[in-house]
Design a binder for this molecule. Structure first.
Ligand SMILES: [Zn+2]
Length: 167
Protein backbone atom coordinates (compact mmCIF):
# COMPACT_ATOMS: atom_id res chain seq x y z
CA UNK A 1 0.00 0.00 0.00
CA UNK A 2 2.68 2.43 0.96
CA UNK A 3 4.60 1.68 -2.15
CA UNK A 4 1.72 2.47 -4.46
CA UNK A 5 1.10 5.74 -2.63
CA UNK A 6 4.65 6.73 -3.39
CA UNK A 7 4.10 5.72 -6.96
CA UNK A 8 1.16 8.09 -7.33
CA UNK A 9 3.06 10.77 -5.57
CA UNK A 10 5.91 10.44 -8.03
CA UNK A 11 3.56 10.47 -10.98
CA UNK A 12 1.96 13.60 -9.64
CA UNK A 13 5.34 15.30 -9.21
CA UNK A 14 6.37 14.35 -12.74
CA UNK A 15 3.17 15.72 -14.26
CA UNK A 16 3.50 18.87 -12.22
CA UNK A 17 6.98 19.55 -13.50
CA UNK A 18 6.04 18.72 -17.05
CA UNK A 19 3.12 21.13 -16.87
CA UNK A 20 5.43 23.84 -15.57
CA UNK A 21 7.99 23.28 -18.27
CA UNK A 22 5.33 23.47 -20.97
CA UNK A 23 4.41 27.02 -19.98
CA UNK A 24 7.92 28.34 -20.14
CA UNK A 25 8.96 30.05 -23.37
CA UNK A 26 11.28 28.04 -25.56
CA UNK A 27 14.53 29.92 -25.54
CA UNK A 28 16.98 28.89 -28.21
CA UNK A 29 19.10 31.98 -28.26
CA UNK A 30 22.61 32.32 -26.93
CA UNK A 31 22.83 36.10 -27.02
CA UNK A 32 21.59 38.80 -24.68
CA UNK A 33 19.97 41.92 -26.12
CA UNK A 34 19.88 44.82 -23.67
CA UNK A 35 16.64 46.77 -23.53
CA UNK A 36 14.81 44.04 -25.43
CA UNK A 37 12.01 41.89 -23.98
CA UNK A 38 13.55 38.48 -23.42
CA UNK A 39 10.82 36.79 -25.45
CA UNK A 40 12.21 38.57 -28.50
CA UNK A 41 15.91 37.73 -28.08
CA UNK A 42 15.56 34.58 -30.13
CA UNK A 43 14.16 36.56 -33.08
CA UNK A 44 16.80 39.26 -32.79
CA UNK A 45 19.53 36.64 -32.94
CA UNK A 46 17.82 34.90 -35.84
CA UNK A 47 17.70 38.22 -37.73
CA UNK A 48 21.47 38.62 -37.27
CA UNK A 49 22.10 35.01 -38.31
CA UNK A 50 19.95 35.28 -41.44
CA UNK A 51 21.80 38.46 -42.40
CA UNK A 52 25.17 36.81 -41.79
CA UNK A 53 24.13 33.90 -43.99
CA UNK A 54 23.71 36.49 -46.74
CA UNK A 55 27.07 38.15 -46.15
CA UNK A 56 25.76 41.05 -44.06
CA UNK A 57 27.16 41.65 -40.57
CA UNK A 58 24.46 43.02 -38.29
CA UNK A 59 24.97 43.86 -34.64
CA UNK A 60 21.64 44.87 -33.12
CA UNK A 61 23.21 45.56 -29.71
CA UNK A 62 25.66 47.92 -31.39
CA UNK A 63 22.74 49.98 -32.71
CA UNK A 64 21.06 49.87 -29.28
CA UNK A 65 17.62 49.05 -30.67
CA UNK A 66 15.14 48.37 -27.87
CA UNK A 67 11.93 46.32 -28.01
CA UNK A 68 8.92 45.82 -25.79
CA UNK A 69 5.66 43.86 -25.92
CA UNK A 70 2.72 46.02 -24.84
CA UNK A 71 -0.90 46.72 -25.80
CA UNK A 72 -0.92 48.81 -29.01
CA UNK A 73 -3.98 51.08 -29.14
CA UNK A 74 -4.54 50.90 -32.91
CA UNK A 75 -6.37 47.79 -34.01
CA UNK A 76 -4.70 45.06 -36.06
CA UNK A 77 -1.26 46.60 -35.70
CA UNK A 78 1.20 43.85 -34.81
CA UNK A 79 4.25 46.06 -34.43
CA UNK A 80 5.63 49.58 -34.70
CA UNK A 81 9.11 50.96 -35.21
CA UNK A 82 9.65 54.33 -33.54
CA UNK A 83 12.47 56.33 -35.11
CA UNK A 84 14.41 58.70 -32.92
CA UNK A 85 16.90 61.04 -34.60
CA UNK A 86 19.20 61.28 -31.57
CA UNK A 87 18.40 58.01 -29.84
CA UNK A 88 18.27 54.33 -30.68
CA UNK A 89 15.14 53.20 -32.53
CA UNK A 90 12.47 51.36 -30.59
CA UNK A 91 10.31 48.38 -31.55
CA UNK A 92 6.86 47.99 -30.03
CA UNK A 93 5.06 44.66 -30.43
CA UNK A 94 1.37 44.21 -29.67
CA UNK A 95 0.78 41.89 -26.74
CA UNK A 96 -2.56 40.48 -27.95
CA UNK A 97 -1.41 39.70 -31.48
CA UNK A 98 1.89 38.29 -30.18
CA UNK A 99 0.05 35.85 -27.91
CA UNK A 100 -2.43 34.77 -30.58
CA UNK A 101 -0.39 34.26 -33.70
CA UNK A 102 1.70 31.55 -35.37
CA UNK A 103 5.46 31.23 -35.17
CA UNK A 104 5.86 32.35 -38.81
CA UNK A 105 3.66 35.38 -38.20
CA UNK A 106 5.72 36.31 -35.13
CA UNK A 107 8.91 36.15 -37.14
CA UNK A 108 7.31 38.18 -39.93
CA UNK A 109 6.26 40.92 -37.48
CA UNK A 110 9.70 41.07 -35.87
CA UNK A 111 11.66 40.97 -39.11
CA UNK A 112 9.33 43.53 -40.71
CA UNK A 113 9.86 45.98 -37.85
CA UNK A 114 13.62 45.36 -37.81
CA UNK A 115 13.44 46.00 -41.56
CA UNK A 116 12.25 49.51 -40.66
CA UNK A 117 14.26 50.05 -37.47
CA UNK A 118 17.60 48.56 -38.51
CA UNK A 119 17.62 48.39 -42.31
CA UNK A 120 15.67 51.68 -42.71
CA UNK A 121 13.45 50.06 -45.30
CA UNK A 122 10.16 51.63 -46.39
CA UNK A 123 7.04 49.67 -47.20
CA UNK A 124 6.93 47.69 -50.42
CA UNK A 125 3.47 46.69 -51.59
CA UNK A 126 3.95 45.33 -55.11
CA UNK A 127 2.85 41.77 -55.81
CA UNK A 128 3.85 38.82 -57.96
CA UNK A 129 1.43 38.02 -60.82
CA UNK A 130 -0.31 35.48 -58.52
CA UNK A 131 -1.17 38.26 -56.07
CA UNK A 132 1.29 37.34 -53.33
CA UNK A 133 3.38 40.10 -51.78
CA UNK A 134 6.94 40.42 -53.08
CA UNK A 135 8.15 41.52 -49.67
CA UNK A 136 7.46 41.09 -45.98
CA UNK A 137 7.85 44.89 -45.94
CA UNK A 138 4.29 45.15 -47.28
CA UNK A 139 2.18 47.71 -45.46
CA UNK A 140 -0.77 45.38 -45.00
CA UNK A 141 -2.98 48.15 -46.37
CA UNK A 142 -2.60 47.20 -50.04
CA UNK A 143 -3.97 44.32 -52.07
CA UNK A 144 -1.10 41.85 -51.93
CA UNK A 145 -1.47 38.66 -49.88
CA UNK A 146 1.08 37.32 -47.38
CA UNK A 147 2.67 33.97 -48.12
CA UNK A 148 5.36 33.69 -45.44
CA UNK A 149 5.88 30.00 -44.73
CA UNK A 150 8.51 27.27 -44.65
CA UNK A 151 8.71 27.16 -48.43
CA UNK A 152 8.90 30.89 -49.15
CA UNK A 153 10.75 32.07 -46.04
CA UNK A 154 14.23 31.92 -47.53
CA UNK A 155 13.38 33.97 -50.64
CA UNK A 156 11.47 36.53 -48.57
CA UNK A 157 14.54 36.94 -46.37
CA UNK A 158 16.75 37.30 -49.48
CA UNK A 159 14.47 40.18 -50.50
CA UNK A 160 14.45 41.68 -47.01
CA UNK A 161 18.22 42.08 -46.88
CA UNK A 162 18.61 42.90 -50.60
CA UNK A 163 15.41 44.15 -52.30
CA UNK A 164 17.21 44.33 -55.66
CA UNK A 165 17.12 40.51 -55.78
CA UNK A 166 13.36 40.69 -56.41
CA UNK A 167 12.73 43.35 -59.06
ZN1 LIG B 1 5.72 48.58 -41.55
Amino acid sequence: MKLSNWFYFLIFITLFFQACRKDEPVVNNTKVFDGVDQRLWEYFERFENEAARRGMIIDLNGRGITAEIVEIEQENVGGICNYFPNNANELVIDNFIWNNTSEFQKELILFHELGHCYLFRDHRDDAHPDGFCKSIMRSGLDDCTDRYNGTTRSSYLDELFDPSLVP
